[in-house]
Design a protein around this ligand. Structure first.
Ligand code: NDP
Length: 331
């Protein structure tokens, strides 16, 4: 696969260019809003073509797929242009600034017959796949509640627009709550129906929230508590699932790398749970390439991205209005 990058971003540099190459792909072209940045980025990462002209890149028939990792307000127009040019798309989360925009992107991809994936990496982790297998296999019985603790410390090189620019999609809710929504959906196999929330600026956010706590009601009656933050240097991340026959404690698993520890506790005692330590992003790209080849679907497809965004925006609305929100998926 020949890949075009839309957005000369940190995530592409740190994870995705490597994942494209590890799966046999070639990154042939990078487009940025800034010509000098595009040139420097192409030189640093060994990419042959670079520039600011998205249409020129999309006109190149040798490029089969694009990866969109610009700031969030740009995703919609860039995705629609790529889809119109017949390219398969991996788009970063949050898919867009609003649910109707995200729906428009996914519907356009369906109409054009191209594969569209959302880059929710956590469901590609061996740790999360092992947890999901325990839950689906009934090892903790009927699930009663789930706790997601994803309060981290945003490193300085990622602060920028995330902590100060609502027009670019800044704030911890579009950044991290959206991932947690996908992870909860992945483990429980159902979508939140109602949420309550409170958000705060706790030292980093300047015009956007940097911390949020929310409680979600699931159709089955499972209660979910989620905590996301940019300001917690020592909290560590993880999830817990509690059921009638056992509990799962997973620490250090809300990460971009295949790390963490999982313990299953039942009436028989506590046992460590082994899991695969494959690269999350490589796994996601492999699933995408299989979907392009007509085998299966991406790990997280466009509708998964629409749903995670819908949950995250309901959390933000709940926090802003101080009211309980129904999560309106629009279908
Ligand atoms: P960055 O801030 O690194 O990059 C975003 C954009 O900022 C770039 O695309 C580029 O704009 C511009 N930019 C960055 N550096 C420069 C520079 N030196 N000069 C000029 N412009 C610059 O963002 P991230 O990589 O952190 O995030 C990008 C997207 O990926 C977001 O949608 C985010 O939510 C998502 N993300 C997903 C992760 C995941 O694991 N799934 C993890 C991290 C981020 P231009 O587009 O014009 O090139």
């Amino acid at each position: 696969m020949n890949w075009g990058l839309i957005g000369a971003s940190t995530i592409a540099a740190e994870h995705m260019i490597g994942a494209f190459r590890a799966t046999g792909g070639v990154v042939t072209h990078v487009v940025s809003g800034n010509a000098a940045h595009a040139a420097a980025y192409a030189a640093a990462h060994g990419i042959a073509a670079h520039g600011t002209d998205l249409a020129a890149m999309l006109a190149d028939p040798s490029i089969g797929a694009v990866y969109i990792s610009s700031t969030n307000e740009k995703h919609r127009a860039q995705a629609l242009a790529a889809i119109a040019a017949g390219k398969h798309v991996i788009c970063e989360k949050p898919l867009a600034m609003s649910v109707p925009d995200a729906v428009a992107m996914v519907k356009a991809a369906e109409a054009a017959g191209v594969v569209f994936a959302t880059n929710h990496h956590l469901r590609n982790a061996g740790s999360h796949q092992a947890i999901r297998a325990l839950v689906a296999g009934g090892r903790i019985g009927r699930v009663l509640s789930m706790r997601v603790f994803h309060a981290v410390h945003l490193p300085p090189h990622l602060q920028g627009w995330r902590i100060s620019d609502p027009t670019a999609g800044g704030g911890v809710i579009p950044d991290i709550t959206v991932h947690d929504a996908d992870t909860v959906r992945f483990h429980l196999g159902e979508d939140p129906v109602e949420v309550v929330a409170m958000a705060a600026a706790s030292g980093m956010g300047d015009g956007v929230e940097d911390s949020v706590m929310s409680v979600w009601a699931m159709p089955s009656g499972v209660q979910v508590f989620a905590h996301e933050s940019f300001t917690h240097a020592f909290a560590g991340s993880g999830i817990e699932l509690h059921g009638t026959e056992g509990s799962i404690f997973a620490r250090g698993v809300m990460t971009q790398r295949p790390l963490g520890e999982i313990t299953l506790v039942t009436a028989e005692g506590a046992e460590p749970v082994p899991f695969d330590t494959h690269n999350l992003y490589v796994h996601g790209v492999q699933r995408f390439l299989e979907a392009v080849a007509g085998k299966g679907r991406p790990a997280a497809d466009g509708w998964d991205g629409v749903r995670s965004l819908t949950v995250a925006l309901a959390v933000r609305e709940a926090a802003e209005t101080g009211t309980r929100q129904r999560v309106a998926y629009g279908d």
